[in-house]
Ligand binder design. Sequence first.
Ligand code: FAD
Ligand code: UDP
Length: 382
Amino acid sequence: MYDVIIVGAGIAGATAARKLAEEGNKKVLVIERRNHIGGNCYDLPDEHGILIHEYGPHIFHTDDERVREFLSRFTEWYDFGHEVVAKVGDKLIPVPFNLNTLHMVYDKEKADRLEKKLIAEYGEGSRVPIMKLRENEDPDVREIAEYVYQNVFLRYTMKQWGQTPEEISPEVTGRVPVVISYDNRYFKDKYQSVPLHGFTPMFEKMLDHENIEVILGTDCKEVLSFTDGNVYFKGEQFHGDLIYTGAIDELFDCRFGRLPYRSLDFQFEHLNQDSFQGHSVVNYTVSEDFTRITEFKFLTGQKDCDGTTIVREYPFAYTGAAGETPYYAILNDENRALYNQYKELTDAFGKFHLLGRLAEYKYYNIDAMTAKAFELADNLMK
Ligand code: FAD
Ligand code: UDP
């Protein structure tokens, strides 16, 4: 009946579904637990008509022409250079920390001297991870590194991960390096956009294909079972490819213990005022219990609305309780080893493919996830 069953209608599942349906002429079934498509990219108008991102702010940013071209078939874009500021005392300073930030926090003479030093040390335009900057022994560079560590990274990271920057994978803080230029943008990619009419309409178009069927509001375990290396769909053996994009420990009832994740509690608020913060995203790097506030109209460019809607993000350790969602894999050797135990279980099923931020236990952005889905779909069509 189906050639491929895909669990999860996020960017991984939707991309793989479209490629396989269109280029491989495969009959694809997508099973989604939530009552909507789009995974964590899902957006919708709130009760005040303001387009919000239900699972936190999502900006599509990429240098990958193939990914941009593929998604552009399903949406036009609202392009912008995404900028973030951090609230430090009564100042809003640009993040990533860059030469503009340097000139905001030091007087002119000192900032000029430090700027020359940073350029001499690392080169103009370079991007230096904070943990690398902290290794520098020059007293001036150390002073900057200490400022950035204390005012940008330490408390934000403690909130987000419950651990210090030293305790988490350097890959994570390395996502927001110190930038030796006057570029205030959060990302360096050529394309920085949100879909002009929202992510959800983009997903609707992606999944709108005669070879794709989507069932919503269904946990895959209600229709799939796994015994003796065989996959069963509604009680009948399924011989096609299965692409699973959910959390792998859950599929096997957490038999080796839960894979650790960080979760977020999103607190939305609508305000009857034109603007709350005048910026799309403000990071709270030294105060408050939440990590950041997003003001959606500055992210989406929406003009036809009254008032403004914001969201605060409160991180916590995922426990698996009802209503909680795992958002961030906690990358370390111990967790990777546990992940590999689960992965080995799937090896018994020949055509079982793990794809996605949860299923691969990795920190993927939208573009990398799309590219990874291309790769898998291409392999399955060989
Ligand atoms: P998901 O989007 O999580 O989709 C997986 C889907 O599988 C979900 O819909 C889930 O309900 C479903 N599922 C799981 N288990 C089952 C089951 N048992 N049965 C049926 N269905 C199931 N990336 C960017 O590029 N830019 C950003 O600005 C950005 N911001 C982010 C902000 C936050 C707060 C978070 C958490 C992530 C952000 N990301 C961003 C990353 C981005 O969300 C991911 O790269 C992307 O969503 C991963 O897609 P996915 O399909 O792997 O997973
Ligand atoms: N980070 C920080 N302060 C900031 C921004 C980022 O400490 O102002 C650290 C924090 O540990 C965070 C990581 O850098 O988890 C990666 O930030 P990014 O904005 O990429 O996180 P995401 O948007 O994926 O949550």
